[in-house]
Structure formats: C-alpha cells, structure tokens
Ligand binder design. Structure first.
Ligand code: COA
Length: 336
C-alpha cells in the first residue's frame, strides 16, 4: 500500500422511490403489449414513476438524508457532493448543487454531477475513492438519481416498458480502522458505440442561421444490440475485477448488478456459478432506474435482509456511453 494512503469506509447507504406504481397491465392502455411479453423478456412486472412536480432531485435528497443518517455524518461535515444521473431534470445547476442547498449546507463545498448513465454510482465511487485515498477530501456524499419516465416516448414500447424512477445514495469517509472497503474498482467506456442509447437535448439554432435538425429529447435505444454487447463483455469483465482483487468468485457473498434485464443478470450469475440467494434483484418491481439501480438494490437488500452485513459484494453497472464498471466492496454492519 502507498505511503499516506487513506483507506475508504462505506459509511452509509440509502434509497428512495416514488409512490406511483405502473404495472405491465397498465401499459396495455398505451399500446399493444402484454404482461407476459414484458415479463418473459425483461423480468419486469411494474415500475415506480414520478408524478406531478416530483423529480430526481426530490428522490435524491430523500436518499441522501437516509444515507447520511446511517453514516453518522452531518450534512455540514461533508467535503464534497457528487451526483450521478443519466439525464438530470436540469443540466445546471447540477443536481449536486441542488442537494447541497436543500441539505442546508452553507459552506462552499464543491458539488458536481457526472454523466455515466447506469454506471453512475461506480464512476462516482471511483472518483470519491481517489479523493479520499489521496487525502484531498474526507466525507463524500454520492447521490445517484434518475427520473427517466419524463424522457420516454410513451408510444415506443421498446423503451418505455423498461425504465422506472428512483434514487440511491452512499456516504464514503476515511476508514479509522485502516480497513479499505472498496477492495477493487474499475470503470470503462466505449464512445464509438454511443449511438446504441442516447438522449438529445432539445434546442434551436439562432434564427439568423440555418436551422439545425429538430430533436425529440426522448431516450432512444437499440435494445437488441445493447443486449448483445452487454452479455458479450460483462460476465468476463466481472471475472477480471474479481481476479484483480486477488479473489475468486466463491470468496464473494453477493452480486448486486445493474437492474436492466433479468436475462443479462442471469448470464452473469451463470458465469460466476452463483445461487439465486447470492444475486440481488429487484427489477421485477422497479424496472431499470438507471444510475439509481445499483444503490437501490444494495440499500433495499440490506433493509430487507437479503443482503447480510459483514459481507462482501460485487457491484456492477453498464449503460449509455457505452459505459460500464464494477467494484468489490466490503459491507460493514450499520451502513443501512
Ligand atoms: N410488447 C409487445 N411486442 C413488442 C414490444 C412490447 N413491449 N416491444 C417490441 N415488440 C415486438 C416488436 O415490434 C417485434 O415485432 P416484429 O418481430 O413483428 O417486428 C418483436 O416484438 C421483437 O422486437 P425486438 O425489439 O426485437 O425485441 P427484443 O427481443 O430485442 O426485446 C428488449 C426488446 C428491449 C426487451 C430487449 O432488446 C432488451 O431488453 N435489451 C436490453 C436493453 C437494456 O438493457 N437497456 C438498458 C441498458 S442500461
């Protein structure tokens, strides 16, 4: 270990979901589909959607408060806020700045967003770990939150069946007992296939120049190609992360993956030869909540007792960019 290396403690996690539930049967009112078609291809039965003026910032704030409470860190003790979102309700101010304000933090700590879609938590953890390990910042709040439902074309049955809204948060601090909780972490991107999932901002050129083509602002996805790409690279990638940590798959207690498609999760599960108890899934009830998916699965798993603490877990995400990433973490008692 490097001299002056400060290990990271995962001090608290939390999550938040909107109350409104939309089932697969509800979607049959919008277009021709069926619960059977959606469930067999994706593992999704229902999703939670924001309603009225509720948005990703409200959900993120709620998740942040819960993670902070568990961590024992007060908002005014934070040194940095990082928010991860696929598509923030406002591009600026950053979600992280809104959270800073709504937590009542009056010191001018830095706050910024990262856009790594459904890999957002892992990207945020990598950035935060670097800051803590090097002693630049101590207490860091990561908020991963999305309200995809507001950017879906609700006539497009290829995308609108998949996504839901939600938020998750994690508080990272220096570890006082010298134990590093992020045993291994890695992030990747391949921009050359970015067109597989994209969402344009809507804007117009100056009226004095030639107009630009109009964009709809919806989430667009080539679902088949995304599926093929992810099942081709992810299982082997996760094996590599495990090996990088000097571990074997059987040394790790849980797989807590991004909840995009149950069949993708099962492909990883098969590769690692894990039983169902070791694989945390909630896609059936929440669909794909993008950046929020991994922290929701983690925090909810702990809350419901499907993830026992004093354990280790592989977190992994993938999404637009294309980005992907994975982390092997130690889950201490008391984080949720
Ligand atoms: N209900 C009923 N029929 C549907 C449908 C729906 N919701 N969506 C598509 N169909 C139809 C299509 O029109 C097509 O009919 P056709 O053969 O008569 O043209 C047929 O079903 C097959 O469509 P296709 O788009 O090829 O389906 P698919 O098997 O690829 O499944 C996904 C679509 C989206 C479920 C699947 O591609 C997927 O999950 N991909 C991964 C996406 C992902 O994980 N994205 C997030 C990354 S973070």
């Amino acid at each position: 270990m490097r001299e002056n290396y400060i290990p990271v403690k995962i001090a608290g996690v939390g999550y938040s979901l909107p109350e409104t539930v939309i089932t697969n049967d509800d979607l049959t009112k919008l277009y021709e589909t069926s619960d059977e078609w959606i469930y067999t291809r994706t593992g999704i039965k229902e999703r939670r959607l924001v309603s009225g003026s509720e948005d990703a910032m409200d959900l993120g704030l709620d998740a942040a408060k819960k993670a902070l409470e568990k961590s024992g860190i007060k908002p005014e003790e934070l040194d940095l806020i990082i928010a991860a979102s696929s598509a923030p309700p406002q591009l600026y101010p950053a979600i992280a700045c809104h959270i800073q304000s709504r937590l009542g933090i009056e010191t001018d700590i830095p706050a910024f967003d990262i856009t790594a879609a459904c890999s957002g938590l892992i990207y945020g953890m990598q950035v935060a770990k670097g800051f803590i390990n090097s002693g630049i910042y101590k207490n860091i709040l990561i908020v991963a939150t999305d309200n995809n439902s507001r950017y879906l074309d609700w006539t497009d049955r290829g995308t609108s069946i998949l996504f839901g809204d939600g938020a998750g948060a994690m508080v990272l601090t220096p570890s006082s007992d010298g134990i590093e909780d992020i045993l291994s972490i890695d992030i990747k991107a391949r921009g050359s296939i970015g067109a597989l999932i994209y969402k344009d901002n809507v804007g117009k050129n100056c009226p004095l120049v030639e107009p630009c083509p109009e964009h709809d602002g919806f989430i667009h996805m080539n679902g088949k190609e995304v599926y093929k790409f992810v099942v081709t690279i992810l299982p082997q990638y996760i094996e590599e992360i495990i090996a990088k940590a000097g571990l074997k798959a059987e040394d790790i207690d849980y797989l807590i993956p991004h909840q995009a498609n149950l069949r993708i999760i099962q492909a990883i599960q098969e590769r690692l030869n894990y039983t169902d108890e070791k694989v945390i899934t909630n896609i059936k009830y929440y669909g794909n909540t993008s950046a929020a998916s991994v922290p929701i699965a983690l925090a909810e798993g702990v809350e419901k007792g499907t993830v026992k603490l004093g354990s280790t877990a592989i977190l992994c995400g993938f999404g637009a960019g294309m980005t992907w990433g994975g982390a092997i973490v130690r889950l201490r008692e008391g984080i949720c």
